[in-house]
Design a binder for this molecule. Structure first.
Ligand SMILES: C[S@@+](CC[C@H](N)C(=O)[O-])C[C@H]1O[C@@H](n2cnc3c(N)ncnc32)[C@H](O)[C@@H]1O
Length: 257
């Protein structure tokens, strides 16, 4: 996989982060465990909250060192934790707060917790490819919207994401309890990096960030602490590389014809 610019380690995030080169990443995507007692294969999601928060700050401060100027970090958590991190992290620029309502009613009473926050930090003014953040119109049959579509106009970009979580019946589903949807990660990759750039993720889980990086011609470096999930991720990344190679050779074959 290294031939394809993919470097995945079975390691603890702190060890991995300290071993990476300063200002080498254009984009880092972080979907850490939320410290809510979630059931992973090996990792125990039940740390004292103050210890958990200190670790999250440390991870982000490493990201500050690793990011290139103009680079971005997308950091996912529950809104309550995200708010504390947003308030305290002043060593990166707080660029946007993006709400994700994944329609997943996992736990919580009296109200089930169905929202998450993506914190978009940057190192200076971030590189942005605006089209990547422009999604489809929600009411394309409305006569005013039809006119906009006919005129080639795109909808505005919003600070919320309306994507379903990856369900057990989804084609994307791998052996991991909390995969994020590829469409969401692809949006961040296309929106804040260019082909050839290095994308990172030190809580890789089932491999989503790396798969999307391969798909869009970015290099990837990252880690995951659980060897079982590393295996899941490696298999899925290899399948993505194979699919890409096949598409490329079919394309070359068509051109020769
Ligand atoms: C929320 S999941 C990430 C899911 C991923 N975004 C995906 O789509 O598959 C968090 C992952 O972080 C891993 N993890 C927990 N502590 C870690 C640490 N200290 N270093 C590296 N990975 C860790 C867990 O094993 C888990 O797979």
């Amino acid at each position: 996989m290294q031939d394809h610019g993919i470097n995945l380690e079975n390691a603890d995030c702190m060890t991995w982060l300290t071993s990476q080169k300063e200002e080498s990443f254009q984009l880092i995507i972080l979907d850490p465990p939320y410290n809510v007692g979630y059931k992973y294969n090996q990792y125990q999601d039940t740390k004292p909250q103050h210890q958990y928060l200190i670790e999250q700050f440390l991870v982000l401060s490493h990201c500050q060192r690793l990011l290139k100027p103009g680079g971005s970090v997308f950091y996912l958590n529950y809104p309550e934790t995200a708010a504390r991190i947003w308030a305290e992290v002043d060593f990166l620029d707080r660029f946007e707060w993006i709400n994700w309502t994944p329609h997943a009613h996992v736990r919580g009473t009296p109200l089930r917790k169905a929202s998450r926050a993506w914190l978009w930090f940057s190192k200076g003014k971030p590189l942005i490819n605006q089209e990547a953040f422009q999604t489809e119109y929600r009411n394309p049959t409305d006569h005013r919207i039809k006119k906009r579509i006919e005129a080639g106009l795109k909808p505005a970009s919003y600070d919320w994401i309306d994507l379903e979580p990856v369900k057990n019946t989804s084609k994307q589903k791998r052996k991991h309890p909390c995969q994020v949807p590829e469409e969401m990660v692809e949006r961040f990759i296309l929106g804040t990096s260019n082909p050839g750039d290095l994308v990172g993720d030190c809580f890789l889980g089932s491999g989503t960030t790396a798969i999307c990086a391969v798909r869009h011609g970015r290099s990837f470096a990252g880690c995951e602490i659980d060897p079982l999930y590393v295996q899941v991720a490696e298999t899925a990344i290899q399948a993505e590389i194979n699919a890409k190679n096949l598409a490329q050779s079919l394309n070359e074959h068509d051109v020769k014809k």
